[in-house]
Design a protein around this ligand. Structure first.
Ligand SMILES: [Zn+2]
Length: 618
């Protein structure tokens, strides 16, 4: 029923390397499909394609994976007849591979058509090409329109018919302008195995020109990130390429890029997940695309600020927030280079009720225009854990004001109607604001589990757990101690007289001590009770006052002191606890030391509970 384009496999196999030179869309049959699992990227599929006369190996471009993955009714399956809308040919280790960039399933016969032979054997047996051009041409006549549609415009229509009679045809010049010969490749389809391609992509990030100098010489480089519908890739130009191309690229514009090298990505210098990257070369061609809507706008994968605790340190995230505070421009000296760097710390908030600091550096910090509660998207911000969670904008990060995405409009609407009245939970662990720490769900233990599992008893090393519990008792007799005010000393001092406090370690006296907390609290959950001890930071957090202030209260206003203590009672926290065995009088006992305490995030934690209830299927 299905007519295959007899002869096309040989034609592709013997024709020029590079992207589609077919002036028509040939029809072939899939003889087999093999999935090749790649550890670092998307899986790939190897197809054996037949034209009824010959068969040859082919790879399916990864952007077509969805046509294969799925059930037995997937568009591409064994014996499917496909129209090759766009293909490329590459020599890989002496073998020609046909890469399917765009295909359409035509039919699904149940058996193999004809008795095709391995194309290399067939060529051996039939050294002169030209087995069946007549038949191929017959099919071609019906499919001509589909063919060049993959390119842009296809103005050079006359060359397409002529090409058919010459297997080693010149590339369909109409598909490209200015001498570049390739059709458009998806970014996702790029690999080091393909050297003739053009991509059409939007510049999302453009670095400054960076200079270096070492024993081997001086140099300069810049990089851009390029985005199309299928993915994003980093491209770097060195020296001459900087002179040639740096001024050509403008952030936000769409370009054709061709004649560059595809390398394995150096991921330590990039926030993209692409396993490859592009190196601009001397003859790389970059042309502005006439259709600026042809590539997608920047893609965001926004993370809510409340979820930052689940993002590992040094990972990169996209966040969307209202800028509540523009910070001040300041200057610091970088330790590594001894260079002065400009810095600015914004504070942003979002609907999750959290606020976080975002640090801008260099030109971004200097050129920041103060905004009054503007909506900004921060792409590729790096997660830091200083003071809970912070974000830092690096060379690969971008900021966009009022991005035209639905999430931004929703945030604006929410903030203007109710959000501006909200109190936000800060990630800063300074006093009076709670150190927001998120905990992995699976680390949570009930107090019964903590006690019965003997956590902390097993080894010399401390063990850690998280638990959700309510403070039921606070020891007030030893709430704090008089500490040495010398930085990092913190030793207990002894009073020699009213204004003489001695630190043995520093061997000097001070007028007054710096009180520091040694908190001891009982906490309960529905299973049990344990005692937790904590140091200064915990006291600051539980009482919202310094130990000095509490000491003063106790001495001057015991009622007020009790009120502060009682206010801390009955509050529920997510605690992070260190468990360590201590021996005392030949008795081994586990001491539980408070590491972090975060107020319960009712919304998030209720979701977790709901999941657990659902899992019980009650
Ligand atoms: Zn001291």
């Amino acid at each position: 029923m299905s007519d295959l384009t007899v002869g096309v496999i040989r034609e592709l196999y013997e024709g020029p390397e590079g992207a589609n030179t077919m002036p028509y869309a040939p029809v072939v049959q899939v003889l087999s499909i093999k999935k090749i699992v790649s550890p670092n990227g998307p899986d790939r599929h190897r197809l054996i394609l037949s034209d009824g006369q010959c068969f040859a190996q082919s790879m399916l471009a990864t952007q077509l994976n969805h046509l294969v993955d799925g059930d037995e009714n997937a568009p591409i399956r064994k014996h499917s007849v496909l129209r090759l809308v766009q293909v490329a040919c590459n020599a890989v280790q002496g073998r020609r591979i046909i890469i399917c960039l765009d295909v359409e399933a035509v039919a699904h016969p149940s058996t193999k058509i004809g008795t095709p032979e391995d194309v290399t054997k067939f060529i051996e047996h039939n050294p002169v090409a030209g087995g069946a051009p007549a038949q191929a041409a017959a099919v071609a006549s019906t499919t001509t329109n589909a063919s060049v549609g993959a390119g842009r415009g296809g103005s050079n229509a006359s060359s397409t018919t002529a090409a058919k009679n010459v297997p080693a045809a010149k590339p369909a010049a109409g598909a490209r302008r200015n001498g570049s010969e390739s059709v458009i490749y998806p970014i996702e389809g790029l690999s080091p195995y393909q050297n003739k391609w053009t991509i059409k992509a939007r510049v999302t990030v453009k670095s400054d020109v960076r200079h270096w100098s070492n024993q081997r010489g001086d140099g300069k480089l810049f990089s851009v990130n390029l985005l199309d519908e299928t993915g994003e890739i980093k491209a770097t130009g060195f020296n001459e390429a900087v002179d040639n191309l740096y001024d050509v690229f403008e952030v936000g514009k769409v370009y054709y890029v061709s004649k560059a090298r595809v390398n394995i990505a150096k991921k330590q210098f990039s926030n993209l997940s692409n396993e490859y990257e592009i190196a601009f070369e001397r003859d790389t061609i970059v042309e502005l695309c006439e259709d600026q809507d042809a590539a997608p706008q920047v893609k965001y994968n926004f993370v809510e600020l409340a979820s930052l605790g689940e993002c590992p340190k040094d990972s990169t995230v996209d966040v969307l927030g209202i800028v509540k505070d523009n910070g001040d421009l300041s200057e610091i000296t970088a330790k590594a280079t001894n260079k002065q760097i400009k810095k600015r710390e914004l504070t942003i908030v979002d609907r999750s009720g959290y606020s976080v600091r975002v640090t801008l550096w260099g030109r971004a910090a200097e050129t920041w225009k103060d905004t009054d509660n503007g909506v900004f998207a921060f792409k590729g911000a790096k997660v830091g854990d200083f003071g809970g969670r912070t974000l830092s904008m690096g060379g690969q990060s971008t900021i966009a004001e009022d991005p035209d995405v639905e999430a931004a409009h929703a945030l604006r609407g929410w903030y203007d109607t109710e959000g501006h009245l909200n109190e936000f939970t800060s990630y800063n662990s300074s006093m009076a604001t709670s150190g927001a720490v998120t905990f992995k769900k699976d680390e949570f233990k009930t107090l019964d589990e903590v006690i019965n599992s003997g956590i902390g008893m097993q080894s010399e090393k401390p063990e850690y757990f998280a638990t959700r519990a309510t403070i039921t008792f606070i020891k007030t007799d030893n709430l704090s101690y008089p500490a040495c005010p010398t930085e990092k000393c913190n030793k207990k001092m002894t009073m020699e007289d009213e204004s003489q406090w001695r630190c043995e370690k520093c061997n000097r006296t001070y007028e007054k001590p710096e009180y520091r907390y040694i908190v001891s609290i009982a906490v309960n959950d529905f299973t049990n009770q344990i005692w937790l001890s904590g140091f200064n930071e915990m006291g600051l957090q539980l009482f919202g006052r310094t130990a000095n202030e509490m000491q003063q209260l106790r001495e001057e206003n015991e009622d007020e002191f009790s009120i502060v203590i009682n206010k801390a009672l009955g509050t529920m926290y997510n605690f992070s606890v260190k468990a360590k065995a201590d021996s005392f009088n030949d008795q081994v006992k586990v001491r539980y030391q408070l590491q972090k305490a975060a107020p319960v995030n009712w919304v998030e934690d209720a979701k977790v509970l709901a999941e657990q209830i659902q899992a019980m299927s009650v």
